[in-house]
Design a protein around this ligand. Structure first.
Ligand SMILES: Nc1nc2c(ncn2[C@@H]2O[C@H](COP(=O)(O)OP(=O)(O)OP(=O)(O)O)[C@@H](O)[C@H]2O)c(=O)[nH]1
Ligand SMILES: [Mg+2]
Ligand SMILES: [Zn+2]
Length: 297
């Protein structure tokens, strides 16, 4: 008999499937036909499986994915919680903006969490406020601290009843935040390297976890870089939320906002309406795409 489940992780190349009815975890193999067709099952996939009656099973069918995020690699999440920090580590805005591009392309709502606000020193707060006021036009933003408890109850509300994925660079505190709002998860957390000023990639695989208060969350390994080389040069602009609202305002309908006359986006950048770092990152991404040579991740 076929049963329904959701893939919550992997264990030595077998998929760990949580049964939708019993919540039992079954270690499943994949039917050979998937391998032949080059189909890979990923965390978050809803599947049909047949059980062998003694704790094992075989995945027979993968249901169509509602959403797909390439990195962290996960299917069917309702939202992404993008965790970032102004200090320790100081997350580069280029990688941050790149992630937002990928989330926009995947059409997955994103919540931005500025973690470790307990560490801010003078100057940092102003920078944080600037980021909040700009990105806050388009995304819900939260300030959190695992150390002094700032924002944790708001974060819990964000997660309640939804399927979410954590995303962000290594060491920003993704696993720590999950432990803080649901101590039973007991996720491993790691120190920031003193020398390199970045995380040590403590979480090594995507795992879908169940909150005690309802909802699922995928804790994920931090990324150091993101590959955008499969985005077309003329579609990149569509994944910048702040450009998108002025669609059709440039003199040329196919304007990609680089050097075309009558470009409305460049005018808004000059006027300070669109943040200059966003536009610079846009040009940098265009350049990266045109060279089709992603930095190694
Ligand atoms: N001061 C301070 N430290 C924090 C906070 N949140 C996390 N940390 C520390 O930051 C370090 C990294 O935390 P992790 O939770 O392992 O970070 P992560 O994002 O899961 O990292 P990866 O699994 O490597 O991607 C640990 O030493 C945590 O104790 C915070 O709000 N304030
Ligand atoms: Mg982690
Ligand atoms: Zn333009």
């Amino acid at each position: 008999m076929r049963k329904r489940g959701i893939v919550v992780g992997f264990h030595s190349s077998m998929a760990l499937v949580e049964d939708l009815e019993t919540s039992e975890e079954i270690l499943c193999k994949l039917r050979g036909k998937f391998k032949k067709q080059g189909i890979k099952v990923i965390v978050g996939d809803r599947v049909e499986y047949s059980s062998d009656g003694v704790g094992g099973g075989v995945i027979e069918n993968i249901l169509p994915r509602e959403t797909f995020l390439p990195k962290p690699r996960i299917a069917n999440v309702d939202q992404v919680v993008l965790v970032t920090t102004v200090r320790s580590p100081e997350v580069p805005l280029y990688i941050f903006d790149k992630f937002l591009v990928l989330a926009e392309r995947a059409k997955i709502p994103t919540i931005i969490v500025f973690n470790k606000v307990d560490l801010l020193i003078e100057g940092d707060l102003k920078r944080l406020e600037e980021l909040e006021s700009y990105y806050g036009r388009y995304y819900k933003t939260l300030r959190t601290s695992v150390v002094d408890g700032t924002g944790l109850s708001d974060l819990k509300e964000v997660f309640k009843g939804k399927v979410s994925a954590m995303a962000g660079m290594s060491g920003v505190g993704k696993s720590s935040l999950l432990n803080a709002i649901n101590p039973g998860l007991r996720l491993r957390v790691g120190e920031i390297s003193e020398k390199l000023k970045r995380g040590r990639h403590t979480t090594t695989s995507v795992r879908l976890l169940k909150f005690d208060f309802g909802g699922y969350v995928a804790d994920t390994p931090g990324f150091a870089n993101l590959d955008i080389s499969d985005i077309e040069e003329d579609e990149l602009k569509d994944f910048f939320v702040d450009f998108r609202e002025y669609d059709g305002m440039c003199a040329f309908a196919d304007c990609i906002h680089v050097s075309e006359p009558g470009c409305y986006i460049r005018r808004l950048v000059a006027q300070g309406e669109i943040a200059s770092h966003r536009y610079e990152n846009y040009l940098k991404m265009l350049d990266e795409i045109s060279h089709k040579a992603p930095e190694r991740s």
